[in-house]
Design a protein around this ligand. Structure first.
Ligand SMILES: [Mn+2]
Length: 386
């Protein structure tokens, strides 16, 4: 039998930190997933939670989602669906009832359904949903012992050992003797054991999500094969450029050429984050143009690629700057210790901000990066004996 394991679709999530116009339609990914299910003639599709980015997905996003489910229904492809910590399910949120091919878990108790496949084989699938943004205890013990069906699959949205997201241990999952665990929550594709996988998000939504995937799983009585399909038409790339230039004009030329070279070897749309090394004495001017957004704009125009972020990793400045008796290492440590969460605590407790996930962890880590960049530009750091 064959199925698709999908997780963390976050269908209504915007590309983070991008305000440019005429962006590729990010909902195409759902259309492409449905097409891949049909093309690969899978028996069923598993959606392992965070199908939406929020617990109140817009009506139009839902319509789009339901359109895909109905296409799968037309091809007699079953769907097993749970809700995660982002799209935790509440009453009166869905615009229509799920079509008959869909088994949606609507509560936090573990439920099991058994599908009879056209091959004559049977498969039991067990999973739970979130009804609030967190679950503080492991749900593993609630999963039933292996069924008498030919195969048994567990669907689990949660995190290894973490307190807030149904923390589980590998031993707990292994003890169930299931054929496959379809996990959700971690957005980077990750294999935890022979048969335990985070498929990852099918489409990256920020510059940390440089890899994405959908798992095409084939199971027989003796064999498990997992193939990661890359369906994303948009990818995020960090491009490190060690600059040779000593002046602004030649530096811009160098950056252009590096972007074009990278773009050439790719068919997808790339959202570039440019990381500059060894920036010379023009650094101050460059930073000013970075902060105004001018440089990103110019590079995007030259290369026809979207440059979403530029960061300076290291300087090679000749002009003298104030020396701080602090090693770079120590500075980085201090910045890492900054508790920005504490700073935005009054905001992050706000219900509207919480419901819409307006404060992202990635946003806070980017602020830290920018603090470091500015400090490194303004000061020289001198190793000191501690
Ligand atoms: Mn997620």
């Amino acid at each position: 039998m064959k199925f698709l394991h999908i997780a963390d679709l976050h269908l209504d999530r915007a590309f983070e930190g991008i305000t440019a116009e005429n962006l590729p339609d990010r909902t195409i990914i759902w259309h492409d997933i449905v097409a891949a299910a049909i093309e690969n003639q899978v028996d069923f599709v598993i959606l392992a939670g965070d199908n939406f980015h929020q617990s109140r997905p817009s009506f139009m996003i839902q319509k789009l989602f339901f359109d895909g489910l109905k296409k799968l229904e037309e091809k007699s492809i079953a769907v097993f669906l749970i809700f995660g910590n982002h799209d935790y399910i509440r009453k009166n949120q869905m615009i229509e009832a799920f079509p008959r091919n869909v088994y949606a878990v609507m509560g936090e108790a573990v439920e099991t359904t058994t599908l009879s496949l056209t091959s004559g084989e049977t498969v039991a699938i067990s999973g739970f949903s979130y009804q609030q943004p967190w679950i503080n205890e492991s749900k593993a013990s609630e999963f039933p012992v292996r069924s008498t069906a030919d195969f048994h699959i567990g669907v689990y949205h949660g995190e290894l050992g973490s307190a807030n997201y149904a923390p589980f241990t590998l031993t707990e999952l292994n003890e169930k003797n299931y054929d496959y665990w379809a996990l959700g929550h971690i957005h980077v594709p990750t294999q935890l054991a022979d048969n335990i996988y985070y498929s990852g998000t099918p489409l990256g939504h920020n510059r940390k999500e440089t890899s994405s995937g959908v798992n095409l799983v084939k199971l027989t009585k003796t064999e498990l094969s997992v193939e990661a399909l890359n369906l994303a038409k948009v990818i995020w790339r960090d491009l490190i450029i060690p600059l040779q230039s000593t002046a602004l004009d030649s530096a811009i030329l160098e950056i252009n050429q590096a972007i074009l070279a990278e773009a050439q070897s790719n068919t997808q749309t790339i959202f570039f984050s440019i990381l500059l090394e060894e920036v010379g004495d023009y650094a101050e001017e460059l930073v000013r143009r970075l902060q105004s957004g001018e440089l990103q704009e110019l590079l995007s125009a030259y290369t026809k690629q979207l440059v979403v972020k530029i960061k300076i990793l290291s300087f090679k400045l000749e002009q003298s700057r104030t020396e701080l008796p602090l090693s770079l290492e120590r500075l980085e440590h201090l910045i890492a210790q900054l508790d920005l969460n504490q700073l935005v605590l009054p905001l992050s407790n706000n219900k509207i901000i919480q419901d819409n996930h307006l404060i992202e962890d990635t946003m806070l880590s980017e602020i830290k990066e920018e603090i470091g960049q500015q400090l490194r530009l303004d000061f020289d750091f001198k190793e000191v004996d501690e």
